[in-house]
Design a protein around this ligand. Structure first.
Ligand code: 2M8
Length: 438
């Protein structure tokens, strides 16, 4: 479908190619993040993808979100991957055999993982509704609302380990920022189970360069943590005592808070009470500030609940609280200063990298340890605009669009050369480009 307003010739061609990426990655009732690396449906990918689809095919936007929530567990969790059982086990690791989840609520056995991902879906549902208003969208919101609430209840309840309104993640994969330096300290206390990993074959290394992906050492820990959670029946009881990895992430919890803000708006449309959502949002913002903000460095960090220690690493997740409209002004100013600093450096030539450029842990090629990601920058641009930093938001938008125009719809980008890395024809990159052009 055509752009909603006339575009320059360059942007017109960007619009067309982004549409082609999303068309090619559509599979009956959902979009895959990438036809090669990620042949199933991913949770937070679906959220970003739906926002792009809202501009070209609102029916597909809603279908994608609905498919994801049809896989919701009876306890409210929405799985981080919904498997396409028609795809061969060897096409993604760890696949359905590894996760081995039981049949439930009309779903076949092995239909998903037992982990979650950042709860970006309420925000996405609201944004799809705003971009494609009307009765059909209002009806979709009505259907999704109780499911979105059940997800929040699960995260704030079962995953509310600290009792402060914040949710803990039990695996780096749940953060979406898989190998971020933000987890290095917590992972140092997890024994890498090389023997366990040797029983499997990593599929990602057949499809992407090894120095662009997490290391085998990372994967050995990922598998050990996932196997522990699985062997405990995916139970969330006594996590701090029983589990290997229990962390509060500032990005994850910022999206949790943003979800409550979005649910307050959705509630008003579907005839529910917005007040409880506003209360929860306020609690989440307060707790993020009280628990995850380090006044000395003026940054947010992740908190390891097993040791009680804040990570010393400065990563892009520390900037995510900017997406909270109720973040206190003095703290907003400090986070903006961090984003402007040489560590992240907002400028027109390059979007914000996933990790502190000046840190020893910075790795320009390796996934979430340095490269530029479009979803993170899209969220930060939104946050900056909402707090009155329109200039910074425009700068990030220009930098993102230039990068994609130059290098293509990559999964992530080298933060110095701008070269595309990881999977090409990556769905959320295409979707968010559409949103920025519209
Ligand atoms: C990446 O994570 C998956 C595991 O979930 C992987 O590496 O195999 C992350 O970038 C994550 O944020 C993303 O949702 C997923 C699919 O795009 O890929």
């Amino acid at each position: 479908s055509p752009a909603p307003h006339p575009l320059s010739e360059d942007d017109e061609s960007l619009w067309r190619t982004a549409t082609e990426v999303l068309d090619a990655n559509w599979r009956t009732d959902h979009t895959v993040p990438s036809g090669t690396l990620y042949p199933h449906q991913w949770s937070w990918d679906a959220a970003f993808i739906s926002i792009g689809l809202a501009h070209i095919a609102p029916d597909r936007a809603w279908r994608d979100l609905r498919s994801l929530f049809e896989a919701q567990w009876p306890d409210g969790r929405v799985p981080h991957i919904v498997f396409d059982l028609g795809v061969a086990e060897r096409d993604y690791f760890p696949g359905p055999d590894f996760w081995d989840v039981p049949a439930m609520a009309g779903r076949p056995p092995r239909f998903s993982t037992g982990l979650v991902q950042p709860p970006a879906h309420a925000l996405a549902a609201w944004e799809v509704y705003r971009r494609a208003p009307g009765d059909a969208s209002a009806e979709e919101l009505r259907r999704l609302y109780p499911r979105l609430v059940a997800l929040q209840d699960y995260l704030i309840g079962s995953r509310g380990v600290s009792g402060t309104g914040l949710a803990s993640i039990v695996h780096p994969w749940e953060s979406g920022l898989d190998n971020s330096p933000s987890w290095d300290m917590a992972l140092a206390n997890v024994t890498a189970d090389e023997d366990l990993l040797l029983r499997y074959e990593r599929q990602d290394l057949k499809r992407a360069a090894a120095d662009h992906r997490p290391t085998n050492d990372d994967y050995a820990r990922y598998i050990a943590i996932a196997a522990t959670y699985r062997n405990g029946g995916y139970s969330d009881a006594d996590l701090v005592d029983r589990h290997l990895f229990v962390v509060e992430c500032p990005a994850y919890n910022s999206l949790l808070g943003a979800a409550e803000h979005a649910l307050a708006r959705i509630a008003a449309v579907v005839g529910a009470d917005p007040a409880p959502h506003r209360d929860r949002a306020a609690t989440i913002t307060r707790s993020i500030v009280e628990r995850l903000y380090d006044p000395e460095s003026g940054t947010f960090r992740s908190l390891d609940l097993k040791t009680g220690r804040l990570s010393t690493q400065r990563c892009v997740n520390g900037l995510f609280p900017l997406i909270l409209g109720d973040l206190p002004r003095d703290i907003v100013a400090q986070v903006v200063a961090e984003a402007e600093s040489a560590r992240f450096g907002i400028n027109e030539l390059m979007p914000i990298p996933s990790s502190d450029r000046t840190a020893d842990s910075f790795d320009a090629n390796r996934y979430w340890r340095g490269p530029v990601w479009i979803n993170a920058n899209w969220l930060l641009a939104r946050g900056l605009a909402a707090h009155g930093y329109a200039g910074h938001a425009a700068t990030l938008r220009t930098a993102m669009l230039d990068l994609v125009r130059r290098s293509g719809y990559y999964e992530y980008f080298h933060p110095i050369t701008g070269d595309g890395i990881g999977a090409g024809a990556f769905s959320w990159t295409a979707a968010l480009v559409l949103d920025m052009l519209a």
